[in-house]
Design a protein around this ligand. Sequence first.
Ligand SMILES: NC(=O)c1ccc[n+]([C@@H]2O[C@H](COP(=O)([O-])OP(=O)(O)OC[C@H]3O[C@@H](n4cnc5c(N)ncnc54)[C@H](OP(=O)(O)O)[C@@H]3O)[C@@H](O)[C@H]2O)c1
Length: 341
Amino acid sequence: MKAIVYRRYGGPEVLRLEEITKPVPGDDEVLIRVRAASINPYDWHFMRGTPHLLRLMSGLRRPKSPRLGADVAGVVEAAGRKIRTFKPGDEVFGTCKGSFAEYACAVEGNLAKKPETVAFEQVATAGIAGLTALQGLRDKGRLHRGQTVLINGAAGGVGTFAVQIAKALGAEVTGVCSGKNVEMVRSIGADHAVDYTLEDFTKSSRRYDLILDCIGNHSLRACVRVLNANGAHVGVGGPSDFWSILAGTIKKPVFSLFVSQRFIGFIARISREDLEFLGDLMKTGKLSPVIDRRYSLDQLPEAMRYVEEGHVRGKVTIGLEAEIDAASVATAQGQAQIATP
Ligand SMILES: NC(=O)c1ccc[n+]([C@@H]2O[C@H](COP(=O)([O-])OP(=O)(O)OC[C@H]3O[C@@H](n4cnc5c(N)ncnc54)[C@H](OP(=O)(O)O)[C@@H]3O)[C@@H](O)[C@H]2O)c1
């Protein structure tokens, strides 16, 4: 089968499209014929082996596994002995190991059944970004109907999910993005959009019950000024060097001791129930992933380069279906396609 492999850490030039042996699922795994995948910053962190702390898990000098890609949607081809939920032929989505390939294995709990009416490409965007947005807002942020939420980084992968999920949860939503994305962020449901090139949201007189921060470019002291007394700041993303991560981990709990607001950092967990929740939102039209560009498997280095620049509008997908591959010809020439609800 064809797969993207990397045998040393580095930029997109370390990625190769190779013919490798088709994986065999373990007892608690299913083998998926991949129809679509999507890219997250997570993937280029593994590609580069940064922050270096990550290499404790991924291999100190070189990657332990040559495969990349987490978000996946496809069809179950084979199921391990202990699999109870899925059978060959089932259409599924979620996360796996090595989705940038024709086939990949995944454990049962990391997958959900794909709603029939939702395309593979749409559900392929939901794994990491969708779960992070949902868990950040609902579980960590305890967002509920009638509250106000600000999403910093509203135009990105997590942000475009967060805007729509926050609206579905009944909140009043403010999205922070650059001027070119203001219209798109409004079109997916934000009540207000702040252009960060013109206005610093921490200097505004508006107050929020929750800040979901995908960027982490403002100090905690600046954020506390725009939070209501019992508000919360949920940190999703930020500078990824070792010292910033360490400082952030210590600072938030300590800072929370001196203010009435909660400051929380978190890492999303993969949950079948939450994937199903996202699938249901997509099925009912309350959530429609924003797709910026589509690429084919052999264009992955180019796609990764684009995502690394940090200005994706929604998600970038990798298609393993003929129709998606055809669409990639147009988009790879620079004509971004925005799919809005
Ligand atoms: N904690 C977790 O479990 C978890 C899970 C997933 C992701 N993450 C992290 O969360 C962060 C966001 O992930 P993602 O998938 O959303 O990334 P992404 O799709 O690459 O984010 C790109 C977006 O960031 C926006 N942006 C860049 N600079 C900005 C600024 N100064 N202010 C506001 N928006 C800005 C860009 O909008 P413009 O083009 O308009 O500037 C672009 O739309 C990353 O750091 C990622 O590593 C964490």
